[in-house]
Write a protein that binds this ligand. Structure first.
Ligand code: ME8
Length: 562
């Protein structure tokens, strides 16, 4: 039975299959995974779509260079690289669309025929510089003087390579008619394009006035045929943008699929890199307006991963495969690092040194060690069973306040797509709990004879003297200070497991097991974010186990480079 509520529907770009994924692609995908996992942890219905963009000249030329058909090339790359990387990154997408699938191609034809029938498309001719890297006709202002082997030529600012002059008979979409409609829409929907820097860029671009868009090509055939003139194939971007609608049932003959589209569309967020902002924030809404379909709620453009100060890319040989990092640090550390270290929406530089330093300081020493210490103390003083807490004192109340505030701040930040702020907020619990344990010094409290079982009944200094030192496990008093400190610390860890599940799902699951929380509280996935900060959930007697370190310290962080 499908959930009748409208899902939180989030998409990543569909990636070109001309090459294998690098950490730039992985960055968008793990960000999307964190956001959708967070919404799931809120117990909302969620739909998370990713996939591959397989038509166009870029893919066709790569296939030709490798001596295979574009379809065979795409099949190979999708199966060998693009699908497996999702597992490597620990990503839980609900669907994976390929633009060569029938469900996409037939529905795209329905869309384009509809636009044609509505008088939104006309035949014309176009001549201009085309960048195959961008799959886009360029405006004169988009080109820059080349350097090195391209000295004296004008090149694409993004790819640094010469453009090609194309002159073609094409079909055109009357995009110029949407200039004012789009400006009105942006005005009425101030959060449609985010962050503000992206919004400003889009506003400035559209205010110059839009040109009609060439949407077909007839010099090659690797694309979706135009239904009323099969000598043309559809422009790859028109085809690609439609994936967001076709994947959830747009244009299907099947009533169940049509119902799914009604229920799922419009998308809540299209998450993209800033390189493809205009396609998503200008062309796509104009296409939807022309078809009379609802517009997505938001296009969020994040910044670029830079390596050596430049946008990381395979074509410039700065590409790093996700597995180069994950084989050494693990998928949790990969996700945590990129989502916390780079303010989401801004550019950020990747460096092995920064990654190693954060891994050891924050994940191994800050978080992992906290879990190990608490588990070890419950084992040592209470035989591995969580004791009953006593009345909370000021230290306990302060820590519970930190947790409650962290939840509120993280919830606010996720709705603004400030992913780094979400993690910063959650991390206040890690820091405050480490501080609380240092301050409360449970190992000192354990030396206090009044903490021992039966202490109230015992009499005489001599007896107290004789049993000083470390009593046997299980000999400590339920409801005492030591018990209260450890229960409070375990409650902080419980909150962390829930709140970090979207970011570091493997460590969160291990922590849930370590805390023995499944028995009394049920599966981690079913815990509500909003209740995570409320202390007092783990009952006395919950078995706490000393597991392996969540994030073992790495002694040789440079290893992957050698
Ligand atoms: O543009 N830093 O596909 P693509 C951050 N098929 N993100 C990066 C990045 C970097 N250095 N490099 C790539 C396409 N990305 C089209 C999309 S959607 C209807 C069609 C990420 O394979 C970022 O999300 O070139 C960027 O927008 C996307 O990969 C481009 O992937």
């Amino acid at each position: 039975m499908p959930d009748p509520r409208k899902p939180f529907y989030l998409t990543t770009p569909i990636y070109y299959v001309n090459d294998a994924p690098h950490i730039g692609h992985a960055y968008t995908t793990v960000a999307a995974d964190m956001v959708t996992r967070w919404h799931r942890q809120r117990q909302e219905p969620v739909w998370f779509l990713t996939g591959t963009d397989e038509h166009g000249q870029k893919v066709m030329r790569t296939a030709e260079a490798n001596g295979v058909s574009p379809q065979a090339w795409a099949d190979r790359l999708v199966e060998a690289s693009w699908k497996p990387v999702l597992g490597v990154l620990d990503v839980r997408n609900d669907d994976f669309i390929r633009t060569t699938q029938d469900r996409h191609t037939t529905r795209v034809q329905t869309f384009i025929q509809d636009l044609h029938d509505k008088g939104e498309i006309y035949a014309g001719s176009y001549e201009g510089p085309y960048c195959v890297g961008c799959e886009e006709y360029k405006l004169p202002g988009d080109l820059v003087p080349g350097t090195g082997e391209y000295e004296g030529e004008l090149v694409c600012a993004l790819h640094g390579r010469p453009v090609e002059m194309l002159a073609e008979q094409n079909y055109f979409f009357k995009m110029s008619e949407y200039t004012q409609k789009l400006l009105d829409f942006y005005e009425a929907n101030p959060t449609f394009v985010q962050p503000p820097s992206a919004r400003n860029e889009v506003l400035a671009f559209v205010k110059q006035g839009l040109q009609d868009l060439s949407i077909s090509r007839n010099t090659f055939d690797w694309g979706i045929p135009i239904p009323w003139d099969t000598t043309h194939v559809l422009y790859v971007w028109f085809d690609a943008l439609l994936n967001y609608a076709t994947a959830v049932g747009y244009g299907s003959d099947d009533p169940a699929e049509r119902e799914r589209f009604e229920r799922t569309w419009p998308a809540s967020v299209h998450l993209v890199g800033k390189d493809i902002l205009r396609f998503h924030a200008v062309i796509w809404p104009a296409m939807l307006m022309a078809a009379g379909l609802p517009l997505p709620k938001q296009v969020f453009a994040h910044g670029w991963l830079l390596v050596g100060g430049e946008k990381m890319s395979k074509s410039k040989l700065t590409g790093i495969a996700p597995s180069q990092i994950i084989d050494h640090f693990g998928s949790d550390a990969f996700r945590y690092y990129f989502l916390r270290a780079i303010p989401f929406g801004q550019d950020g530089s990747f460096s092995w040194e920064d990654l190693s330093a954060r891994y050891n300081a924050e994940l191994a020493n800050g978080f992992g060690n906290l879990a190990s210490r608490v588990a070890a103390m419950v084992a040592k003083y209470f035989g591995g069973a969580l004791p009953a807490a006593g009345e909370p004192g000021p230290g306990e109340l302060a820590l519970a306040d930190v947790a409650a505030k962290a939840v509120a701040d993280a919830e606010d930040a996720i709705d603004r797509m400030a992913l780094h702020e979400v993690i910063n907020a959650v991390w206040t619990i890690v820091e405050a709990t480490n501080g609380y344990i240092t301050e409360q010094a449970p190992w000192q409290v354990a030396k206090d004879p009044s903490e021992r079982e039966g202490a109230a009944e015992r009499e005489g200094a001599a007896e107290r003297e004789s049993s000083a030192g470390l009593p046997d496990a299980g000999a400590f008093r339920q409801g005492g200070r030591l018990a209260t400190i450890l229960v409070t610390s375990a409650e902080a860890l419980r909150a962390l497991a829930v709140l970090l599940n979207p970011v570091t799902p493997k460590a969160a699951a291990e922590l849930w097991t370590l805390l023995g929380a499944q028995g009394p509280l049920g599966p981690l996935a079913e815990q509500q974010v909003s209740a995570a900060g409320v202390f007092g959930q783990l009952p006395a007697g919950t078995p706490i186990t000393k597991g392996a370190a969540l994030f073992p310290r790495l002694e040789d962080p440079q290893e992957p480079l050698t």
